[in-house]
Write a protein that binds this ligand. Sequence first.
Ligand code: ADP
Length: 308
Amino acid sequence: MGAVEVRDIRKKYENVEALKGVSFDVDKGEIFGIIGPDGAGKTTLFRVLTTLILADSGSATVDGDDVVKDFKRIRNKIGYMPGRFSLYQDLSVEENLKVFASIFNTSVEENYYLIKDIYQQIEPFKKRRAGALSGGMKQKLALSCALIHKPVVLFLDEPTTGVDPVSRKEFWDMLYKLRNEGITILVSTPYMDEASLCDRIALIQEGAFLKIDTPQGIVEQYDRTLWSIQSAEMSRLLKDLRANDSIDSCFAFGDAHHSTICKGKLKSEGGTFDQENLKAYLTEKQHSEIEIKTIQASIEDCFMEMTR
Ligand code: ADP
């Protein structure tokens, strides 16, 4: 039995098909990432699995219990950290923690060892109103509250959105510690760089899963030649690359553009195009400081390729 088993879940809101038949299994003790842009259906999926809304069709179990028939049992043994701030804004840090412990008939002391590492970082502010905390501290308190009853499965909906990079790193270190305690974690994120931190990921777009695999498995299946291209004028460069007949796709990725080449055009594929040709084309277009490198695809490159 998997920690989470989902079969053909569908959910429609008026005329939006938020989930179009999603199926997957999550193993016990796994960190499973649901990766996709805003509006892809991540929150809807989490709400179905945490028994907050009913799916239109399909079935799902969490730790062997059915999300419809056994919803009360599920609510007692999962932790849920919703994307939007879920805490009692007017209560202090320590009051929030006590409230969550009492909802689940436990005490802060009973499972303190689980939250100790994160809670200690916010403890100096334990008298502060939750509403007055910074983004990173709110996230730590929300995670402490979601963990205080030692859930068997933890659902984290975009936990690092709006959180600074240092706090994001600390947060992921914490997730690995929880995994070592045997807690299964489903985490959604719009940040592709966090995908590689999960054991397995599902890439979701417009309510459908495009792929489920390990991050490495997804990257290894990428079969295009990918170039990273820079010049002194990056926005004009994007337009000029897109106007080139041999360039298949071109997207801005941080400080470089990533391009794939049309099938059959590369010299290595029997065509006539290579990096020297591209450099000549860009020089003719008055670009300077041109740099072209062949690179390995990232998860984001794979996602872009699958969604074209
Ligand atoms: P994500 O969490 O990936 O951003 P959501 O599950 O929130 O995605 O949304 C999926 C789609 O369903 C979006 O098009 C969104 O606008 C729509 N949606 C979500 N909740 C509602 C709702 N309560 N009523 C109508 N449409 C909704």
